[in-house]
Design a protein around this ligand. Structure first.
Ligand SMILES: [Zn+2]
Length: 137
C-alpha cells in the first residue's frame, strides 16, 4: 500500500484520525502521509465516503467520535488486516479482500432469499466500496 508523493518520496498508507472542525474525530481513515514534505492525502478509494460523512455533520457539528471503518468497507478490511500485520503485502490484502467479497456475496444471497431490500441495498453499497479500491505496490 504505497504510492509516490509529488515530491518523489515513496509513501505508505496508514490508518489515521482525521479531526473535522476541531470537534469531530474520525478514526481509522486510510491516509497517505509523506514523511519528507508532510503532505497528507486521503486514500482516493474512500474519499467519497469521507466527504459524505463530513457533509452529513454540517458546519456546526457536536463533539463526537466516529469509526470510519463502520462507514466504509475498505477501511474496515484494512483495520482487520493491519491488526495482524502493520505492513501487509499486497497479496495478503488481495486474499482478505476476496474472502470479504465472498462473505458479502453470501450475505447478499441470504438477503435476496428473504426479500429484504434494505439489507440488499446495504450489502450492495458495501460491495461497491470495496471494489472501488486499487492496490498500489
Ligand atoms: Zn512528499
Amino acid at each position: 500500500m504505497q504510492k509516490r508523493c509529488s515530491c518523489g518520496e515513496l509513501v505508505t498508507m496508514k490508518l489515521r484520525t482525521v479531526v473535522y472542525s476541531g470537534k469531530v474525530e474520525i478514526d481509522n481513515v486510510p491516509i497517505f502521509s509523506c514523511p519528507a514534505c508532510n503532505r497528507s492525502e486521503v486514500s482516493p478509494e474512500v474519499k467519497p465516503d469521507l466527504t459524505g460523512l463530513i457533509g452529513q455533520l454540517g458546519s456546526q457539528p457536536d463533539k463526537q467520535t466516529f469509526l470510519f471503518n463502520e462507514w466504509n468497507e475498505w477501511a474496515d478490511l484494512l483495520v482487520e488486516v493491519y491488526a495482524k500485520d502493520k505492513l501487509p503485502k499486497s497479496h495478503v490484502l488481495e486474499e482478505h479482500m476476496t474472502a470479504r467479497i465472498n462473505k458479502l456475496l453470501d450475505l447478499f444471497l441470504i438477503a435476496q432469499s428473504l426479500g429484504d431490500e434494505d439489507w440488499m441495498n446495504e450489502i450492495q453499497k458495501r460491495l461497491s466500496q470495496i471494489s472501488r479500491r486499487s492496490i498500489h505496490t
